[in-house]
Design a protein around this ligand. Structure first.
Ligand code: SF4
Length: 481
């Protein structure tokens, strides 16, 4: 307890430290901030957030919710106070080609009475009513902080309802305080693991894959699935973008798991390798290089010449359209500097490459859930002097952005106000975005969005610190050319 209050007190002196332009970090976080090119680079990561640091990470429950949310024909019931459900209501821009049940946020709305006498009866009533009304293909029940405190046996309630209603009802043990957002990913994967393999189908489908870790934001997965189909690959399950319970049940019949968003899905990929012998590869669909590699890697796995030829043809056709369009953006954007802060480090790596393609240099980069291998890779691909940070907070981020004179910030909903307060361009690359940024079409959208935000005339009306004036003036001149 003594240690905790000491750290909170230290975090309270941030503004003073910033004014004096000293290094900005909370005591205990020194080793989670590094610089590319440093001979002693050894990033500390994959640890709980420091007490007193207003981490950009979400809670365990939120982590589980973002992974399972896109399963569109399932019922998602949040067992907890209404705030938890409201916090995660319609949490992703994950589109469904059919049912929309996932977009409703059901809650047991626990009150004082249930906190004292228990909430199991209320959960039972909510589940049976909702199952009768919506006839879902399965149900997920999320426990929240207070459920962990009062000790409701959600496992027993799920079992009882499952037997009575004849559908799979899965508990998701996601008490918010029980770790980090990354632990939420794991508990979501544990729930998915219970669903996989419950179909009658057992035999492997030739040339088939599961797409793991794409959430069909703005319909991206539909484009990616089309690329795979064009090169002759069958898709068994999309886990979880535009996901369906029945497809996930038979995911064990695929030959290969293709994992994007490795932070959330590597646990499941490893689990399926162990249980069903399905190998997995890590890919990214952001930027030309990584998108093309994803297709080549899958074609290479099946060791089939026709698939590789089809992949090469597809890449060549797409690049023929895309490269001339990108050239124009590169001419306008060359010299811009970007700060990146996203959930998964693998995405951050792709973004560095995609930005380079349009002339933008990355000067600050960080993630919420990266591991040592990810950060070593980041260090290798970034220019010397780039600030690399793990599990950052708003104070640090704004300090680094100013220090490096970044003109664009790429992040999610929690990073947007930081960019706007600093008066620099912002690109939403997180789960709430409405623009497809994956694949070849997505790369063009990305270039358009970076250009629009960096060159927006609105920034001339925002008061800047002296160190930010020069890049702003250059942007205005570039825009007027
Ligand atoms: S689970 Fe806990 S930390 Fe997460 S939203 Fe609910 S109350 Fe907050």
């Amino acid at each position: 307890m003594g240690d905790f209050s000491k750290k909170v007190a230290i975090s309270a002196i941030y503004p003073v430290m910033e004014k004096e332009n000293k290094n900005i970090y909370l005591l205990g976080r020194e080793k989670q901030i590094a610089t590319a090119g440093d001979a002693n680079f050894d990033m500390e990561c994959s640890k709980a957030s420091e007490a007193g640091s207003v981490s950009q990470r979400a809670c365990v429950f939120c982590g589980s919710r973002v992974v399972l949310y896109p399963i569109a024909d399932a019922l998602h019931v949040v067992h907890g106070p209404i705030g938890c459900a409201s916090y995660t209501w319609d949490i992703r821009g994950a589109l469904s080609s059919g049912p929309q049940l996932h977009r409703l946020s059901f809650s047991t709305d626990l009150r004082e009475e249930q906190v004292i006498f228990g909430g199991e009866k209320k959960l039972y009533a909510a589940l049976t009513t909702l199952i009768d009304k919506h006839k879902p293909a399965a149900a997920f029940v999320y426990s929240t902080c207070i459920v962990g405190v009062i000790g409701d046996d959600i496992e027993a309630v799920c079992k009882k309802v499952s037997a009575e209603k004849g559908i799979t009802v899965l508990p998701v043990h996601a008490e918010g305080f029980n770790g980090t957002k990354k632990d939420g990913y794991r508990v979501a994967c544990e729930a998915l693991s219970k669903l996989i393999g419950t179909s009658e189908q057992r035999n492997k489908v030739p040339f088939s894959i599961n797409i793991l870790g794409d959430f069909n934001l703005a319909g991206e997965l539909w484009m990616l699935a089309e690329y795979y189909r064009k090169i002759g690959i069958n898709i068994i399950a999309q886990v979880t973008g535009d996901g369906r319970v029945e497809d996930i049940r038979r995911a064990n019949t695929a030959c290969l798991n293709v994992v994007q968003c490795s932070g959330s899905m590597t646990w499941l990929a490893k689990d399926m390798k162990e249980k069903y012998g399905i190998p997995y590869i890590r890919v990214s669909y952001f930027g030309i290089e990584d998108m093309s590699n994803a297709l080549y890697e899958v074609a290479r796995f099946f060791d089939d010449e026709s698939k590789m030829d089809a992949a090469k043809l597809l890449v060549a056709t797409e690049l023929k359209k895309l490269l001339p369009a990108l050239k124009e953006y590169k001419e306008k954007l060359t010299g811009q500097k970007a700060a990146i802060y996203v959930g998964g480090a693998f995405k951050a790596i792709s973004l560095v490459k995609a930005l380079r393609l349009i002339g933008v240099q990355t000067v600050v980069i960080g993630s919420q859930t990266g591991n040592k291998d990810d950060y070593n890779l980041i260090k290798d691909i970034c220019d010397e002097g780039t600030i690399i940070v793990d599990d950052s907070n708003p104070i640090e981020l704004q300090h680094f952005i100013r220090e490096k004179n970044a003109t664009i910030f790429i992040g999610g909903v929690k990073e947007r106000p930081i960019a706007h307060k600093l008066g620099i361009g912002f690109c939403d690359h997180n789960h709430e975005r409405k623009e497809a940024l994956a694949g070849y079409e997505g790369m063009l959208n990305f270039a358009k969005e970076i250009y629009a935000t960096a060159m927006s005339p609105v920034w001339q009306f925002v008061r800047k610190s002296p160190s930010q004036e020069e890049p702003r003036i250059k942007n205005q001149e570039q825009r007027l050319k």
